[in-house]
Design a protein around this ligand. Structure first.
Ligand SMILES: C[S@@+](CC[C@H](N)C(=O)[O-])C[C@H]1O[C@@H](n2cnc3c(N)ncnc32)[C@H](O)[C@@H]1O
Length: 356
């Protein structure tokens, strides 16, 4: 697994807690958020959930793997992309993977390959963690954002409104505040902003009011079931077929894991790490993430907001540091059919130029 790099996860931290996973309500008739759609082969909380890698061939192809190159998989998950990258590397190639989830890190122990290293940590620490192991330049970086199927399907992780379980929602259960802890401390105004900004929920204010009222007048909000119920009692109109709690759960998850901040902090590090012709491939699962990636690539491409009719020679204009490779790639109808969770995925690819 860690080849002396990762902080080895302790047994205690990796052992899954025994939590009852009762179904909250029968929502079988409701269409689910992409990440709430059970993988076709695994829809039982009690079975060992698998992760079906999204855009596997497309993302690895986009990296244009060089046999002796150095690659980073910032989101190991269950290693689908990592294993494919390794299969394309030669004897002197190298792959360094990150994941902030201890279960993902534990699963990487199955890869017994001297070219592979696993780091337990968040990808926003990428540049510093790579520097620790003497890596300052790489040929490709992959980020497959969001959460994995095991995270959503294991009730005790608290990501899903399908099960009644403690409201955790941390990808890294060894640090940071849980969603329940956040709800115990937040103000109504801050909560409304989180639900609005990260969930794009138009009923954010009334949901926040109801949550704070329940917390202050009745009891603390500590389970996914309680939260689901409060939202269901508050939201009177919602998207047909969609669970009313979908957007609130998404918002809390993004907030608790600082997902957008992580991404914004990491993209400039990718610029610093990528060698000329090095590739960046990012798979996003919602518009908030995709917007950040798209804007970042645009900024690096143009480097300036000069009007197109500005009287200056093209050669004198600031040169791009990054160039988009092709258009955004979405999963094929066949992939979406086989893995409904892939349906909102968007892959963007860019190549580093030699401009500093
Ligand atoms: C969609 S899954 C990746 C699946 C993987 N590509 C595969 O094929 O198995 C996303 C993974 O990234 C991890 N993750 C998300 N944000 C992270 C971050 N900021 N730093 C490190 N890991 C992160 C999650 O814990 C999860 O395991």
């Amino acid at each position: 697994m860690t080849k002396g790099v990762s902080s080895a996860p302790t047994k205690a931290l990796l052992s899954s807690k025994k939590v009852s996973a009762k179904k909250v309500v029968d929502k079988s008739k409701l269409e689910k958020h992409p990440l709430e759609v059970s993988a076709s082969h695994s829809n039982q909380a009690s079975s060992v959930p698998e992760h079906i890698t999204v855009l596997l061939d497309e993302a690895v192809h986009a990296l244009s793997v060089k046999a002796h190159g150095v690659y980073v998989d910032g989101t190991f998950g269950r290693g689908g992309h990592s294993k494919k990258i390794l299969s394309q590397l030669g004897a002197n190639g190298r792959l360094i993977a990150f994941d902030r989830d201890l279960a993902a890190v534990a699963s990487s122990q199955s890869i017994n390959d001297p070219r592979f290293s696993m780091i337990h940590g968040h990808f926003a620490s990428m540049q510093a963690r790579l520097a620790d192991i003497g890596v300052s330049a790489v040929d490709g970086i992959l980020l497959d954002l969001g959460i994995s199927s095991p995270q959503i399907d294991e009730a005790e992780r608290g990501f899903s409104f399908r099960y009644d379980a403690p409201l955790d929602m941390r990808m890294d259960q060894s640090s940071g505040q849980t969603a329940a802890e956040f709800l115990s401390r937040t103000t109504e105004q801050q909560l409304a902003e989180v639900i609005k900004n990260y969930g794009e929920e138009r009923f954010a204010k009334s949901i926040a009011r109801a949550i704070i009222k329940e917390r202050d007048d009745v009891r603390p909000i500590t389970t996914t079931g309680q939260l689901t119920q409060i939202v269901a009692n508050t939201v009177t109109r919602f998207e047909p077929g969609q669970n009313p709690a979908t957007r609130t759960f998404q918002a809390l998850r993004i907030f608790v894991n600082q997902e957008l901040e992580e991404l914004s902090l990491t993209l400039p590090q990718c610029m610093a790490l990528l060698k000329p012709q090095g590739r960046l491939a990012v798979i996003s699962f919602h518009s908030l993430e995709d917007r950040i990636v798209k804007q970042f690539v645009r900024d690096q491409e143009n480097r300036d907001d000069l009007p197109s009719n500005f009287p200056v020679r093209a050669a004198d204009l600031p040169q791009p540091r990054l160039i988009s490779v092709g258009k955004a790639v979405k999963p094929s109808a066949k992939e979406v059919k086989a893995n409904p969770r892939s349906r909102s995925a968007v892959l963007r690819v860019a190549e580093r130029t030699s401009v500093l």
